[in-house]
Design a protein around this ligand. Structure first.
Ligand SMILES: *Cc1c(COP(=O)(O)O)cnc(C)c1O
Length: 430
């Protein structure tokens, strides 16, 4: 499979090169040249297939010849080896729980898949690949866990000191082995700027094989299709129209949903639910794409005002009216906290702040489409955002055994200023 750059000013590349490059040299995102629908008979028999089989069917055309089939099968099996339950929280409303992976957020699937692909592509290389990534919380933990112990790959993660939750910090800093956590005295933007400078630095380029594990990487983006297949498989009633509500920041997850629809999953509609960083909801109203400065919210993994995957959405829609495929709604922190409290009280279901935004989006859509079945994507375990959840429900949250265990591990991080030269010196010395 070949991938073109959405900016159309860089050559097309194979899956392997797209994974290694991350971003195309013209700063575009890679997008598959051809999308082939799955046989509709296969979709009709979806209940007879296991998750590994479904995942493999969804992804193998996008990998093509670059990974032998038996290796790809093994990668897929290792990527989806935990549950993805679809929980009915009230009549015709379901929560697809994507937080049962090792770091309790949906980014585990993309990170695990990418880590194993890159591990395969690094086999036999003289020099190790260094994966460099900046995180505001969830990405770092998923990438750290996904790449832990992968031969031929070292991982360096930058995170802003004091600005990630306790659980998130432990997930980054307690693994050791090939994972190094750098605690930057600065903001997430500082971390991201340092990483971007590293990729542009000629000296680093000459002496290290640097790779990004950013969410725009095709190997992180594509496996997110799996969620939508797993949800559909678990739906008891498959004849009614159904809608997915996706809590959206960079819009990678929802784009993967639209791709799943393109290859044949009979999804009726999507809702992109955002916090007050509402560039896409405003775009659908006004036809103007005009990002505002980013605003900090309680659903902080979605604090994105210029979603990088928006260009992929444009490619997927191919000139049609975007409104035929999705609606987009934005919600305030106040509404989010309120609905977390209401859902806990009325339905005895605990939402994290991101899932709560998705719930709000679903509720709004279903109020006008009462014949639809609604599925919200619950993208993180509530304990990852325990402060906010406790504030919303007005009572302490009981941490799971695994979370209590994690908090016992000692943090190991390297303190660093927000000066790029310090990062450069550190990387060259390794
Ligand atoms: C990253 C993240 C999102 C946003 O996903 P996108 O693919 O960037 O739209 C939503 N919820 C959680 C918990 C996340 O970590």
């Amino acid at each position: 499979m070949q991938y073109f750059s959405t900016n159309k000013k860089a050559p097309s590349v194979s899956f392997k090169e797209a994974v290694i490059n991350g971003l195309a040299p013209d700063n575009g995102l890679y997008f598959p040249e051809k999308i082939t629908p799955i046989d509709s008979k296969y979709i009709k028999q979806i209940n007879s297939f296991g998750n590994e089989e479904l995942a493999w069917t969804a992804i193998h055309q996008f990998v093509g010849e670059d990974i032998p089939l038996d290796v790809l099968k093994k990668i897929v099996i290792e990527t989806v080896n935990f549950p993805f339950p679809l929980v009915e929280i009230k009549k015709n409303v379901y929560s697809l729980e994507l937080f049962h992976g090792p770091t309790w957020a949906f980014k585990d699937v993309g990170a695990r898949f990418m880590a194993r692909c890159l591990g395969y592509f690094s086999e036999g290389n003289q020099q190790k690949n260094t994966v460099l990534v900046a995180t505001s919380g969830d990405t770092g933990g998923a990438v750290a866990d996904g790449f832990l112990g992968v031969e031929g790959v070292d991982v360096v993660i930058l995170y802003p000191s004091g600005k990630v939750s306790d659980i998130q910090e432990r997930q980054l800093t307690t693994l050791g082995r090939n994972i190094t956590a750098i605690e930057v005295n600065g903001t997430f933007d500082d971390c991201q700027t340092m990483v971007k400078k590293a990729f542009l630095d000629a000296e680093l380029k000459d002496s290290l094989r640097l790779t990004s594990a950013n969410s725009i990487n095709v190997a992180r983006w594509l496996p997110q299709m799996f969620y939508y297949f797993f949800a559909y498989k678990q739906l008891k009633e498959k004849s009614s129209p159904f809608v997915f509500s996706v809590p959206s920041g960079n819009f990678g997850n929802i784009c993967a949903g639209v791709l799943a629809q393109k290859i044949g999953l009979p999804v009726s509609h999507f809702v992109a639910a955002t916090n007050v960083n509402d560039t896409v909801p405003r775009y659908l109203k006004t036809d103007t794409y005009a990002p505002n400065p980013t605003v900090a919210t309680i659903s902080n993994a979605m604090d994105v005002s210029n979603p990088s995957n928006f260009v992929r959405l444009i490619e997927l829609i191919e000139g049609a009216d975007m409104k035929n495929t999705l609606d987009a709604f934005s919600f305030t922190d106040k509404e989010t906290l309120q609905v977390m409290a209401d859902v806990k009280k009325q339905l005895r279901y605990l939402l994290d702040p991101h899932g709560a935004v998705a719930y709000l989006g679903l509720k709004k859509y279903l109020s006008k489409h009462s014949n639809y079945i609604g599925i919200l994507l619950e993208t993180a375990h509530p304990c990852k955002f325990s402060d906010t959840v406790e504030q919303a429900i007005g009572e302490p949250l009981l941490l799971s055994q695994a979370a209590q265990e994690l908090l016992k591990h000692d943090k190991k991080s390297i303190l660093m200023s927000n000066n790029f030269e310090d990062l450069k010196a550190f990387l060259l010395k390794r």
